[in-house]
Design a protein around this ligand. Structure first.
Ligand code: FMN
Length: 354
């Protein structure tokens, strides 16, 4: 069985190790929603990861909903991302862009007063981090079939921009309660047309997004993230196992570069092993892994790679630290989603003072 330090081929990507950086919203793009040089520095510092998955990046104006997060739906955003990917490549790294539509988890404050959209007109419980502090989630507008088609077009256009900006590929964000996940689950999708009802219908939106993106940039440069857990960000499905094993079976037809499954390793994995039995391609896991747990899932043949989130925030040289058994820096959560350099590019490398 491979070690975490062994190379891995994932579609068109030849990766130097199996220690990936998970997608991490860091909210440093400012109100312009345009990436900047500070972000280029942050990602370049972490270029020793086998693959970096970018922070979630809005595919459209209506898909946006996180203060200071970046987008990939304008020319200016595309050009600015090109500077980030250039510096990552110069540092020897590889990086894919995470394509994000927040659906009902956005708020009219971000959308010039417009309602956010979703599979069905069902509000999430809890509060959105709006521009003016926390506000209750609103009841979203249920997408019409025409609007579904134009949303799929938005994913495709964003993927084309990502490749034009020099990314090595994209990760479609199908996880964490955002738009695609809202379509997948019977807790948020009560449609009566071919996009709702039985599992085969609820996965249709996901599969159509996958088709549109892969048709434009190639399946070998397309990854997908799913999160087969209940409870997180309001998500609920009455039969997670059936839903996600069906998705895995259908995804086999698309030959993606990788399937990224977020299921916490702090408890026994329930759905990931079932998906692994069905899914033929490269599978990467995430959530609450440390070095030993990650090597164990590779040893067990359960996954091909592991993505690390918070450990990569605090340790730009995480791969080297794992290799040498060095202690890890402690993350500072207060700067996860705000600030500039502090808590972002100032975590020390091994052997260097803070
Ligand atoms: C600050 C922060 C930002 C995050 N942003 C994203 C994101 O943009 N996209 C995403 O899919 N997950 C996001 N997540 C979830 C992480 O990718 C990951 O699933 C989570 O941190 C668990 O992995 P870990 O235990 O290795 O940190 C975020 C998590 C944190 C802590």
């Amino acid at each position: 069985m491979p070690t975490l330090f062994d190379p891995l081929t994932a579609g068109a990507l030849t990766l130097k190790n199996r220690i990936w950086m998970a997608p991490l919203t860091r909210a440093r793009a400012g109100e312009s929603r345009i990436p900047n040089d500070l972000m280029a520095t942050y990602y370049s510092q972490r270029a020793s990861a086998g693959l970096m998955i970018s922070e979630a990046t809005a595919i459209s104006r209506i898909g946006y909903g996180w203060k200071n997060a970046p987008g990939i739906y304008t020319e200016a955003q595309e050009k600015a991302w090109a500077r980030v990917t250039k510096s990552v490549h110069e540092a020897g790294g590889q990086m894919v862009l995470q394509l994000w539509h927040m659906g009902r988890l956005s708020h009219p404050d971000f959308l010039d007063g417009q309602l956010p959209v979703s599979a069905s007109a069902i509000a999430a419980e809890g509060v959105a981090r709006s521009l003016e502090g926390n506000k209750p989630y609103v009841t979203p507008h249920a997408l019409t079939k025409d609007e579904i088609q134009s949303t799929i077009d938005d994913y495709q256009k964003a993927a084309i921009r990502a490749i034009a900006a020099g990314f090595d590929g994209v990760e479609i964000h199908g996880a964490n309660g955002y738009l695609i996940d809202q379509f997948l689950r019977d807790g948020s999708n009560t449609r009566s047309d071919e996009y709702g009802g039985p599992i085969a219908h609820r996965v249709r939106f996901l599969l159509e997004v996958v088709e549109a993106v892969t048709a434009a940039i190639g399946p070998e440069r397309t990854g997908l993230r799913l999160s087969p857990m209940n409870g997180y960000q309001n998500m609920h499905d009455s039969n997670l196992e059936a839903l996600f094993t069906h998705a895995a079976k259908e995804l086999n037809k698309h030959d993606l570069a990788f399937l990224h499954v977020r299921e916490t390793a702090s408890q026994p994995l329930l759905v990931t092993p079932l998906m692994r039995k069905i899914y033929d391609g490269v599978m990467v896991g995430n959530d609450a892994y440390d070095f030993a747990r990650a090597q164990k899932v590779l040893d067990d043949g359960l996954l091909d790679a592991v993505a690390f989130g918070v450990p990569f925030i605090a340790n730009p040289d995480l791969v080297e630290r794992f290799r040498s058994g060095a202690p890890l820096n402690t993350a500072r959560p207060e700067s996860f989603y705000k600030g500039a350099v502090e808590g972002y590019t100032d975590y020390p490398f091994m052997g260097k003072a803070a």
